[in-house]
Design a protein around this ligand. Structure first.
Ligand SMILES: *Cc1c(COP(=O)(O)O)cnc(C)c1O
Length: 222
């Protein structure tokens, strides 16, 4: 099932759009099946999951952190875990960026990151408010052991994917605006948006990474 799902998705995605398998709660066996079918990026939300699956899978794919850094800071900042991740997609404050920068400096790594946008302006959700993105990026861009590579957004959850479109459009506008500013140490390359329900709309609006869980692995049990 997983293999067929991945193959179908890879056929469907236009050139230049990368498939990231959102793997929270999935076993190493499930993730391996996705990798054998062609998945090259694994997105994980929880360090606890990474502990279980990384030792089996290792460095044959790119690992992206897509969880909330603040709630798992202690674990995320461990040398071992910072070494595992090829990108952190969910940076939304100078404070967390500074802590990651400091630890990365001590282990001799430059961490590629995306800035998470709270495109729905939902008070309880993570991500920086659209109007604060530029200021935040200018501050984080000064950190030497972090490299901003683009933006990520979740957007509000809707039954009808079409309702997500305005939030993707807004995030893409910010992406283009920041890109034009040519801020030193900022390379606006990746726009990570769209999940199982909304990835087609996200691609139409400029996403070049889509984070897909359910459509690859099936419904989550937990
Ligand atoms: C779970 C998750 C996804 C994928 O969600 P699905 O609806 O299962 O495709 C994408 N992004 C993040 C940050 C997630 O936590």
């Amino acid at each position: 099932m997983i293999r067929e799902n991945v193959e179908r998705l890879l056929k469907e995605l236009p050139p230049g759009v990368e498939l990231e398998a959102a793997a929270k709660t999935r076993t190493a066996e499930e993730i391996m099946e996705a990798i054998r079918a062609g998945v090259k990026i694994i997105g994980e939300n929880y360090i606890g999951d990474v502990k279980k699956v990384y030792p089996v899978i290792g460095k044959k794919v790119r690992w992206h952190f897509i969880g909330t850094p603040e709630t798992q800071k202690h674990d995320l900042l461990r040398k071992k875990n910072l070494e595992i991740f090829d990108m952190i997609e969910t940076i939304d404050s100078v404070e967390i960026a500074e802590e990651i920068d400091k630890r990365c400096k001590s282990i001799g790594k430059v961490m590629p990151v995306l800035i998470e946008i709270n495109s729905g302006r939902e008070p309880q959700k993570s991500g920086v408010m659209p109007e604060d993105v530029e200021t935040l990026i200018r501050k984080i861009a000064r950190l030497k052991n972090i490299k901003i590579m683009g933006l990520m957004t979740m957007g509000p959850r809707f039954g009808n994917p079409e309702d997500s479109r305005p939030y993707f459009i807004e995030t893409k506008k910010i992406f283009d605006k920041i890109k034009k500013l040519n801020i030193p140490n900022v390379e606006m390359k990746y726009l990570s948006m769209g999940m199982t329900n909304s990835y087609r709309i996200a691609i139409e609006e400029g996403a070049n990474i889509v984070r897909i869980g359910t459509k690859i692995f099936g419904e989550r049990k937990k």
